[in-house]
Design a protein around this ligand. Structure first.
Ligand SMILES: *Cc1c(COP(=O)(O)O)cnc(C)c1O
Length: 369
């Protein structure tokens, strides 16, 4: 290790994203990407923005913030004091960047809590900002221990709550979120809704009611734009103001020109969004039923992936992972306590999933011999 490394950098253990292999074409069911292309309107918006690329983008990303506020007000029926304006919205270079900015904005000098089984980026980003973490164990069936969440230790400033959770796909209701927000008004509850559009209830409509709520969403999953890097935070004007200050001390231009154009068009094309997310939810329910039929334990999912355990007497999840890879199908396997006999399977097109289920059946027949 180089002698120039800082003591902090020497302690860091980086996040490991799902692989993006370059050796051949796989059916990619390993990184929760959307199997459908972006809306044709997004493509057109990006094309017409190309000629402006010599100019810096709007550092305040006003247009996509307005487009997002308009979308939420319309679909959630928000009016009066509940209605959102662009001042309730923050745009980041992917929601991972927003999760990072939240640490210096709200958690530095304190601690942050999150479940033991959740998005593994939370501890990584907390370590970069030297924020100690407090683990809240999920119950044996991977549901949230509401009592533990409502009684966070005094020295914890807030928590990351992924809903639906990753990698389980399980969701909690809006009433449960409200109860958590009301249990302790002094804790900032960050609800990471990366997968909410596939079937869970969003808390976005509550941000002008609860000043301890900050919702994070992304265009990477339900809006087919993982390659653009656009995420958003939705919260009270005061919380968004702090995020803005932190952003402007680090990188003023979080969203580039193509991102600004793509985000506006994506929020405006509600029809395409609704059509594609419904297709994914339908495919998910079908594959969940098929795997259950084959004896797999499938956690009921409200996201665009399922988290499933093979039946006893068949191969282990790790063996399925390797054999599926050999057949050109990538899924995600986590060699971690409590979840090391499960696979996280992203929902692809109906054709992708037919191939996947066919491969699973073949392997199960092989292992039964
Ligand atoms: C994918 C994901 C994100 C990050 O998305 P970006 O591509 O950075 O916007 C955030 N949280 C969870 C739980 C995710 O799965």
């Amino acid at each position: 290790m180089t002698k120039f490394i800082s003591p902090l950098a020497a302690t860091l253990v980086p996040y490991v994203p799902g692989e993006q292999p370059k050796d051949k074409k796989y059916i990619k069911l390993n990184t929760n990407e959307n199997p459908y292309p972006p809306s044709p309107k997004v493509k057109a918006a990006i094309e017409s923005e190309l000629e402006n690329l010599r100019l810096y983008p709007d550092p305040d990303a006003e247009k996509p913030r307005e487009a997002a506020a308009e979308y939420f007000n319309k679909v959630l029926g928000l009016t009066g004091g509940d209605a959102l304006t662009k001042k309730n919205i923050f745009m980041g270079n992917g929601s991972d960047e927003i999760l990072a900015l939240l640490c210096p904005a709200f958690f530095s000098g304190s601690k942050v809590a999150f479940p033991d089984i959740t998005y593994t980026f939370y501890p990584v980003i907390a370590s970069l900002f030297e924020v100690p973490c407090v683990n809240i164990p999920l119950r044996d069936d991977f549901t949230l221990d509401q009592d533990a969440v409502k009684n966070l230790p005094d020295d914890v400033a807030g928590m990351f709550l992924c809903n639906p959770n990753a990698p389980t796909g399980a969701a909690i209701s809006l009433d449960e979120i409200k109860a958590i927000l009301e249990a302790d008004a002094d804790k900032l509850i960050v609800v990471d809704e990366a997968y909410v559009d596939f079937g869970a209830e969003t808390a976005v409509g509550l941000v002008n009611k609860y000043d301890n709520l900050l919702v994070v969403q992304t265009l990477s999953k339900s809006r087919q734009l993982a390659g653009i890097r656009c995420g958003l935070a939705i919260a009270s004007e005061e919380l968004i103001g702090v995020l803005d200050t932190v952003k402007n001390t680090f990188n003023s231009y979080t969203l580039d020109r193509l991102g600004n154009a793509a985000a506006c068009a994506a929020f405006a094309d509600v029809e395409y969004f609704d059509e594609t997310r419904k297709k994914i939810a339908d495919t998910r329910d079908k594959v969940s039923a098929q795997l259950s039929e084959l004896g797999w334990d499938v956690i009921p999912s409200k996201s665009n992936f399922i988290f499933a355990q093979p039946p006893a007497g068949s191969a282990t999840a790790e063996e399925f992972f390797h054999e599926l890879r050999g057949k050109g199908i990538l899924v995600r396997y986590f060699a971690k306590p409590r979840i090391n006999n499960r696979l996280r399977i992203t929902i692809g097109t109906p054709e992708d999933m037919e191939t996947f289920v066919g491969a699973v059946k073949e392997m199960m027949a092989e292992h039964a011999k």
